[in-house]
Design a protein around this ligand. Structure first.
Ligand code: PLP
Length: 404
């Protein structure tokens, strides 16, 4: 993304032009960025050719999934809805893993019927349920167990999942019991150990620690795991202050792990594939002057982009048309929703804005549209994919008739 003749431009398309054509709020994805992210991700780990299962929860757009599938990626799903979407995108069931702490019997039945690669179970009760269903179908089902390695991912508390106080996975004692249970079952084939310690991880050391914890446990059990699923969590730079995850070090740690464990690695990345490929364009509806600051009231709100309200996430925000005039007052960018948390960002120095100006909220490709809602009965935005100078609507803006 760069300014060309003062117009913020992605690939060969400027945002003002597309906002005028498609309206705002508008989610825009760059195909080139998406492609670059996938290629780089593969390159980082090409010494052991992992199976890369895109975490669909980060972005569920069907057309985007179809593009991702063309690069040979599989899918990590967490509901029947996501599984249906992955299959609809043409992703091979043999590349789909199903994670999540609360899969219903209907969802387990559906996953078995669709012959997916793995159901990654997260509790003893779930394993027993899978066993019961598989037995009633006289089938043998491939499963994984998600281990809680009690590893601090050193990320936001709200997106940390690998500590013992988190609801995810099973502790090592339960893990040992489950292995014995699976050995005595004719209906379960325990093929995978999975872990996922959190999201937006920028330090490779928690990954090293996680690998050490997994390695110790593997050495204690007499079981061959065909797959070790290391989850996702690789962070991106939301601000210039964010350091970059050292993929080289993570890769070295995995290679070391593979020296003592003969297994195939699975990854479940979401954010690192789509995060920086998406931008949300919003229009300034009103500017309200208060004593200390100006409220920049946008036509985008927390229902369109939940991350700031949900966990105080900060997204870089840029004017769509650049000028040199800097505002004397602090700007607080807010949405129209009746919640005080409907607030995106407060900035001291931003260029002076007028009503009807456009702004770009950056790096919203992951957990942006997928976390959106119809709160306040607001319509979900349209989504477009930009490929050079080509622009394609990949999801239409909702209409009120869709809701009522
Ligand atoms: N796998 C599992 C089990 C998850 O819960 C998540 C997200 O929290 C992911 C993969 C994707 O994480 P990220 O988008 O940070 O790569």
């Amino acid at each position: 993304m760069k300014y060309i003749n003062k117009k913020l431009t992605v690939e060969k398309t400027n945002f003002q032009k597309i906002a005028n054509k498609y309206g705002t709020p508008l989610y825009c994805y760059s195909y080139t960025k998406l492609k670059e992210n996938i290629i780089n991700f593969k390159k980082n780990f090409n010494s052991f050719s992992p199976l890369i299962c895109f975490a669909i929860k980060s972005n569920t757009n069907l057309n985007l999934l179809k593009e991702i599938k063309k690069f040979g990626l599989g899918a990590d799903v967490v509901s029947a809805g996501e599984l249906i979407m992955a299959l609809k995108a043409g992703i091979n069931p043999n590349k789909i893993v199903f994670s999540g702490v609360g899969k219903t019997s209907e969802e387990i039945n559906f996953a078995i019927k669709k012959k997916i690669l793995l159901i990654n179970a997260e509790s003893f009760s779930e394993i027993k349920e899978i066993n019961k269903i598989a037995k009633s179908k006289r089938q043998k089902v491939n499963i994984g167990i998600r281990l809680n390695p009690n590893t601090d991912a050193k990320t936001l508390n709200q997106i940390s999942t690998g500590k013992k106080e988190n609801k995810f996975g099973v502790n090592k004692n339960t893990f040992y019991k489950i292995i014995n249970f699976c050995k005595n079952s004719n209906h379960i084939d325990l093929k995978c150990l999975s872990v996922h310690i959190g999201s937006q991880i920028l330090d490779y050391r928690p990954y090293e620690k996680m690998l050490r914890a997994v390695s110790i446990i593997l050495k204690k059990v007499n079981h061959n795991f065909e797959f070790i699923d290391l989850g996702g969590g690789m962070g991106i730079s939301y601000s210039n202050k964010d350091k970059k995850l050292n993929y080289k070090k993570y890769n070295i740690a995995i290679l070391k792990f593979l020296k003592s464990h003969n297994t195939k690695i699975i990854f479940e990345p979401g954010r690192s594939i789509v995060g920086n490929a998406g931008t949300l364009i919003a229009k300034v509806i009103y500017i309200k002057d208060s004593e200390r600051k100006k409220f920049i009231i946008l036509d985008a709100a927390m229902n369109d982009l939940m991350r700031p309200a949900l966990y105080g996430a900060i997204h870089k925000t840029l004017p769509v048309i650049k000028s040199n005039k800097i505002s004397k007052k602090t700007y607080e960018f807010v949405g129209p929703i009746c919640e005080s948390t409907d607030r995106f960002l407060t900035l001291n120095k931003f260029q002076e804005l007028k009503e009807k100006d456009l702004i770009a909220i950056c790096d919203v490709g992951a957990y942006g549209m997928s976390l959106s809602s119809n709160y306040n009965l607001r319509l979900k935005p349209a989504e477009i994919l930009i490929k050079g100078s080509k622009v394609k609507v990949i999801k239409k803006r909702q209409k009120h008739s869709d809701l009522i």
